[in-house]
Design a protein around this ligand. Structure first.
Ligand SMILES: [Fe+2]
Length: 309
């Protein structure tokens, strides 16, 4: 079966690059890679030259999801299948391919119009990766950069696209109240042993992305990141907690672009040979993941922040 192997990179269009750099480096513990002449900034989480790329612009939203195939043959087979299914796929320009540091690059869109980049042959950085703040390191490798929870304008069309065309598999579903009285179905799909690479819901959202998740190798590093976020005055969207489906111990913070990042540890891994994809959970969190407690100066009528796996 053709398909993608992992979410390798995330591209964001951000209006305040300096604030993002401080947030990514000083709070999340990423390191700065290449600063490009077009103003974009590559951030590193491992031996790769880029995992998260910040592009200056006004959208403050996801610019693209960077999916990866293990080799060029698999990528070209996938592109052929997408074209045969009527998906418009274009080959990346040499300058874009060079900027992304990949050997082969194609572009298409998912059913909600979210730009996807399909690639193979990603470059590693010349320098070894070392984060002074995240001693356990980030969980990447074959599992990719992490996961993204995205808008699905049509949940069934999105499900067909990511499963039938990109080759992902269903992990499980959550049907729960994301806000009081607002029930929604969230579907979680995996492309490798990471519990989910993509999750989506047809929830009205102001942006293409609700949150992205990055994972560290030790529970302590979630606690340290939580302390750094509090010390830096970063708004916490959801306090420390744990999800019932992926078992992730995590918190959610607002990025400078006002979508969220989930910072977590301990996610369950999926073995396709034995995994039962029929589970439906009725809550987003087993414990925690609460909106922050109101302070005397906070607006008592403010709506709590929606959270999703
Ligand atoms: Fe998540």
């Amino acid at each position: 079966m053709t398909g993608i192997q992992r979410l390798a990179t995330l591209g964001f269009e951000v209006s305040d690059l300096d604030a993002w750099e401080r947030f990514a480096v000083d709070v999340l513990g990423l390191t700065v890679g290449e600063r490009r002449t077009d103003g974009s900034l590559a951030l590193r989480m491992d031996e790769r030259a880029q995992r998260i790329v910040l592009h200056p612009g006004s959208a403050d939203d996801l610019a693209y999801l960077g999916f990866e195939c293990d080799d060029e043959a698999a990528l070209r087979a996938l592109v052929g299948d997408l074209a045969a299914a009527g998906v418009a796929v274009t080959e990346g320009k040499p300058e874009t391919r060079e900027a992304r540091g990949v050997a082969s690059l194609f572009h298409c869109e998912d059913p909600s119009g979210i730009p996807l980049e399909l690639s193979s042959g990603a470059a590693t950085a010349g320098e070894p990766f070392r984060s002074e703040l995240v001693r356990s390191g980030f969980v990447t490798g074959d599992e990719g950069v992490g996961h993204a929870v995205i808008l699905a304008s049509d949940i069934e069309a999105t499900d067909r696209f990511y499963r039938k065309l990109l080759g992902m598999r269903l992990s499980d579903r959550i049907e729960g109240e994301v806000l009081p009285g607002v029930a929604v179905e969230i579907r979680f799909l995996h492309a490798n042993p990471r519990h989910h690479t993509i999750a989506f819901a047809s929830l009205p959202m102001p942006k293409r992305i609700h949150h992205f998740m990055i994972q560290v190798g030790a529970m302590d590093d979630v606690g340290h990141a939580y302390d750094r976020a509090l010390d830096a005055g970063v708004p916490i969207a959801n306090t420390l907690g744990q999800h019932p489906n992926d078992g992730m111990f995590s918190f959610y913070a607002l990025t400078p672009s006002l979508f969220q990042v989930e910072f977590g540890w301990g996610e369950l891994r999926v073995d396709d040979a034995t995994w039962d994809d029929s589970a439906v959970y009725d809550r987003l969190s087993t414990w925690g993941h609460r909106p922050p407690a109101p302070t005397p100066n906070s607006n008592p009528t403010a709506t709590p922040t929606a959270q999703e796996g």
